[in-house]
Design a binder for this molecule. Structure first.
Ligand SMILES: Cc1cc2nc3c(=O)[nH]c(=O)nc-3n(C[C@H](O)[C@H](O)[C@H](O)COP(=O)(O)OP(=O)(O)OC[C@H]3O[C@@H](n4cnc5c(N)ncnc54)[C@H](O)[C@@H]3O)c2cc1C
Length: 401
């Protein structure tokens, strides 16, 4: 029989009582074993088969107890690979991969974007050609966050160039240490290289690492992208009291002398605070409307609101900092192990000036603001689909530059 909210709360208390203070991966392992990792997943696979709305109960309690959080450490694993594997993976793949993903012993990256395919990712050109029980992979991906620390990569590639662009794609996961995979850092304006470009030369992928049917990669990718948007929306909620990045603005404001707290700035701060609450409540509502495991387009709403809100908060913060807002602490090239930490991490890791720079990319990564608005227009408001003259043409006949 399905657990009640009280029973889930009791299980969460058990987790905290017996495992808080253990090394992080052991804590997350215990969370997985108790079914509190992804609560809507099946029992034995990190979940309890419950409505995904129950996850908020668990997350809020864990945040309040300052339990370790794994989402920023393995965003593509916990937020995207896990849900994709549960929806489309084989039982063997799920048994092998879900637990080490949640414990962060195995980090993931996501390889969809290419130099010639971003918003229109279905036009991608990296190819895999079947050779017996294996596939031979050639091509290039770009903007791949955290590939330098990843053990596994989610990969969308073209396996049938003569089918229309959405229908000739297949989805795999690959070993990022396999021969023929070359990862090169791409430096961002914070000085850090969180993302990378990846070159594949005759990389061999076993067919058992295919996720979903041959030619059905687009459907699998949609599930990954919907989960990505939900996850990007969730990130803000994991920062504890006074929700998300607005807390840095509040902290700076409170530290100001009374005469420096002018009413115009106060008005902007109050607006940001109200906005952060609207974002939080909208996310909660979207979560509760999500009946099954696979999220719908409402994830795009949360992701859109969170990314724009974070930018407005950091704009306010650098204004409050005045001249200091123009100084950067250090511009040396680093390859971070945790994504977005300078903006979204725990207070001792946040760097306000770098946070301002880093959140600029928030309205691009995971689908741009314009693409999110298109999705909301088409799938929520029911507006006509955007025209696409190449949709039904064989991909090999679409002009490319
Ligand atoms: C911080 C960050 C992390 C990222 N991490 C990853 C990752 O881990 N893995 C991965 O695969 N990718 C990643 N990306 C890439 C990201 O998904 C793409 O940058 C994004 O999808 C946009 O593609 P593009 O850069 O090719 O821009 P383009 O698609 O060329 O778009 C250029 C401009 O045109 C607009 N535009 C394009 N098409 C339309 C349209 N139909 N209607 C209206 N406007 C349109 C866009 O909104 C944008 O303003 C990341 C990007 C960033 C910034």
């Amino acid at each position: 029989m399905a657990l009640t909210a009280e029973q889930v709360a009791a299980r969460t208390e058990d987790l905290l009582t017996h495992h808080l203070g253990e090394p992080e991966s052991e804590f997350w392992g215990a969370q997985f074993d108790l079914g509190l990792a992804w609560i809507h997943f099946p029992e034995g696979k990190g979940g309890l088969g419950l409505d995904p709305g129950f996850q908020d109960l668990v997350d809020e309690r864990l945040v309040a107890a300052k339990a370790p959080q794994n989402l920023l450490l393995n965003m593509m694993g916990v937020g995207m690979a896990g849900p994709t594997l549960v929806a489309f993976g084989t039982d063997e793949q799920q048994q092998r991969l879900l637990r080490p993903t949640f414990t962060c012993e195995e980090i993931w990256c996501q390889m969809f974007s290419e130099p010639g395919a971003g918003s229109d990712v279905a036009s991608l050109a990296t190819s895999a050609v079947r050779d017996g029980d294996e596939w031979v992979l050639n091509g290039q991906k770009v903007w791949t966050s955290m590939a330098h620390v990843a053990r596994w990569g989610l990969l969308l590639v073209r396996t049938d160039p003569d089918a229309p662009k959405h229908r000739g794609l297949t989805y795999f996961y690959i070993d990022m240490h396999a021969p023929g995979v070359e990862i090169r850092p791409l430096r961002q304006m914070t000085g850090e290289a969180e993302f990378n470009e990846i070159f594949f030369t005759d990389v061999r992928i076993p067919d058992r690492q295919r996720i979903g049917e041959v030619g059905d990669g687009w459907n699998v990718a949609i599930a990954t992208l919907m989960n990505e948007r939900v996850m990007l929306g969730r990130v803000g909620k994991l920062s504890g009291e006074e929700g998300g990045v607005v807390r840095h603005a509040l902290r700076l404001w409170r530290a100001r002398d009374a005469e420096a707290r002018d009413p115009v700035l106060r008005d902007r701060l109050v607006r940001l605070y109200v906005e952060s609450e609207v974002v939080r409540l909208t996310m909660l509502r979207a979560e509760q409307q999500r009946a099954g495991g696979t999220p719908g387009p409402e994830g795009s709403l949360g992701r859109l609101m969170v990314s724009e809100h974070q930018q407005r908060c950091f704009e306010f913060i650098v204004n409050l900092l005045g001249a200091e807002g123009m100084l950067i602490s250090d511009y040396s090239m680093r390859r971070p192990e945790v994504i977005g930490e300078v903006a979204l991490g725990p207070d001792d890791k946040v760097d306000l000036q770098k946070g301002f720079l880093s959140t600029r990319g928030g309205t691009i990564g995971g689908g741009t603001t314009e693409i999110s608005r298109n999705i909301l227009g088409e799938r929520v408001l029911g507006l006509p689909r955007e025209p696409d003259a190449t949709r039904d043409l064989p991909w090999s006949q679409i002009p490319r530059n």
